[in-house]
Design a binder for this molecule. Structure first.
Ligand code: 4AD
Ligand code: MG
Length: 460
């Protein structure tokens, strides 16, 4: 007996009784029959159930409405209607949970803004069902890719006492009484009284801990939530997002970029293969041609350019940018989009950024000005991956930290790695939600995670 509607829709007409469980999307009545569409989230399409009114109690038929949950049993028959090849001739029906008329999801198309306010019900819409199925495929593909390539999955801590990105955008974790904070003699907060005996935060990245495992197991990856208290109200920033961070020992930036490209192509291919119906839906209703762009990305090699080359391309175009560029400034999303959409017409990997706009742990180039960083930029979105070769030379790392005012005693174990059998190593971080945005064409990052957290918003 088939129990998911995706499977039931594949069945040929037969005398076998099958059972379908799900939620009613629509109900249509005529004099003698009642049509219901049952959806269970296994695919976009619902199963059409046809009820012969003579065989059912009128009160039961009346109790069916959009949003109610039902169990329907019957035979699969050829459909008379044009929208489907088969339907269920329902022989018994149970309304498990009725649904009153104030149900927020009515038949019309709702805006994503409206649905964000009804985030607990939005997975019942076609759009969010499709997004979440794709998200699930991508999560599985992340694990398959790394497992097939011999990487070890490492769970790095979510509560951390070190700041990986040094950007100061951390959420503090404390059990101190905020109404009456203990103070030291010189008037500072006395963290020795806090839960961990020191200041602690939610992690912004598992990279530093990941490096310690890579320098033992060679190739590792993490896949988990990360937290950033950035005050950025954009369509590509969340305060809680998922990140995938592989880290490879005996690997330089060249190897790092090869892994990143192979990895992205693998997860995009998995979605095209497993979610064809959902992808066709995104192409029709979200972003025309989104499937084609994925095929194009998979089939063509990524473009490579250094930061210095990128600035040379961007500078003559400064009049079109809100933020004009010159060597040394951050590349913003408008520039990233120009490089990918106008110049390369495909993903671009930019390398060798100025040290002053990148994190402390990146390997210094011989020029003393740039570091072995790489960002993968995607058309429509800009940065989806940030990575680098790590500074594995103890003395150079110490000097760099001193330059930035970072205290060696706060990173003593990270520095020790450079003392005990140090080795060139590299890694990167893929923002999982940005990857989902790219694949689905969904505009706003808040719509590709079940419950988005961002500035002034922590509902549900
Ligand atoms: O470039 P980022 O900050 O790099 C790191 O965290 C490194 N430790 C990664 C590594 O080398 N292991 O972040 C990596 C990626 C970005 O490219 C972006 O896709 C995503 O994480 N990201 C965000 N996604 C959603 N909301 C935010 N606020 C994000 N900040 C970064
Ligand atoms: Mg970055």
């Amino acid at each position: 007996m088939q129990d998911r509607i995706k499977g039931i829709l594949q069945l040929k007409p037969s005398d076998e009784i099958v059972k379908a469980e799900g939620w009613v999307r629509t109900k249509r009545d005529s004099k003698n029959v009642c049509f219901i569409e049952i959806n269970d989230g296994s695919c976009l399409k619902g199963l059409q159930g046809v009820l012969d009114k003579e065989k059912f109690d009128a009160a039961l038929i009346d109790s069916i409405s959009t949003g109610c949950s039902v169990i329907a049993e019957g035979r699969i028959v050829a459909s008379q209607g044009g929208n489907q090849t088969t339907e269920m001739a329902v022989e018994s029906l149970t309304v498990v949970g009725t649904c009153p008329a104030d149900y927020p999801l009515q038949k019309k198309r709702h805006t994503v803004e409206f649905l964000r306010e009804k985030a607990y019900l939005r997975p019942r819409t076609n759009l969010f069902g499709a997004i979440m199925r794709v998200r699930s495929t991508m999560a599985y593909a992340v694990h398959s890719f790394f497992q097939e390539n011999g990487f070890v999955y490492v769970n790095t801590p979510l509560i951390s006492a070190s700041d990986c990105e040094g950007a100061g955008a951390q959420f503090q974790v404390t059990t101190l009484n905020l109404e009456n904070v203990p103070k030291t003699e010189d008037g500072k907060v006395d963290y020795s009284k806090d839960f961990f005996g020191k200041m602690a935060n939610l992690t912004v990245s598992g990279q530093l801990e990941g490096e310690t495992y890579a320098t033992a197991l060679k190739n590792i990856y993490t896949f988990g939530p990360t937290f950033r208290a950035e005050n950025s109200n954009t369509a590509r920033h969340l305060a809680e997002f998922w990140m995938i961070e592989p880290e490879m020992a005996f690997c330089t930036l060249e190897g790092d970029m090869e892994w990143a490209e192979k990895f992205l192509k693998y997860i995009f291919s998995a979605v095209l293969e497993k979610n064809a119906e959902d992808m066709a839906f995104f192409s029709s209703f979200v972003l025309p041609g989104v499937e084609d762009t994925l095929h194009h990305v998979i089939d063509s090699p990524f473009e490579h350019m250094t930061y210095t080359e990128a600035i040379k391309v961007l500078e003559p175009e400064n009049s079109r940018f809100e933020f004009p560029v010159k060597w040394g400034v951050e590349i913003q999303s408008e520039h990233e989009r120009f490089l990918t959409e106008q110049v390369a017409k495909r993903p671009v990997i930019v390398t060798d950024y100025p040290k002053d706009i990148k994190a402390f742990y990146m390997k210094m180039n011989d020029d003393g000005k740039t570091v072995r960083a790489m960002d993968v930029l995607a058309p429509r979105l800009g940065e989806i991956i940030g990575g680098s070769e790590r500074e594995y030379r103890h003395d150079v790392l110490l000097a760099r930290m001193a330059e930035l005012g970072l205290k060696p005693e706060d990173y003593w174990w990270y520095l020790d790695l450079r003392k005990y059998g140090t080795v060139p190593h590299s890694g990167f971080g893929l923002g999982f939600e940005r990857a989902i945005q790219y694949v689905t064409g969904v505009q706003n990052i808040r719509d590709v995670i079940p419950y988005p957290r961002y500035v002034k918003s922590c509902d549900y």
